[in-house]
Design a protein around this ligand. Sequence first.
Ligand code: SF4
Length: 66
Amino acid sequence: MYKVKQDREKCIGCGGCVAVCGENWEMGSDNKSKPKKTDLEEIGCNQKAADACPVGIIIIEEVESE
Ligand code: SF4
């Protein structure tokens, strides 16, 4: 299991995460992005989103599944 965390207040709304991982990232009405899901079975493209973020505010944590 993976947990997606975003320090949303610091998002500059560049859209990088949405460009590389539209599967799980979208822009909100406030022009900051947000994850569609934060608890994931598979990491999918989310690591790419984290790597693409110019301000480094997307953190993917692997968590033990219960
Ligand atoms: S890549 Fe980072 S700064 Fe850009 S929209 Fe996504 S979370 Fe915000």
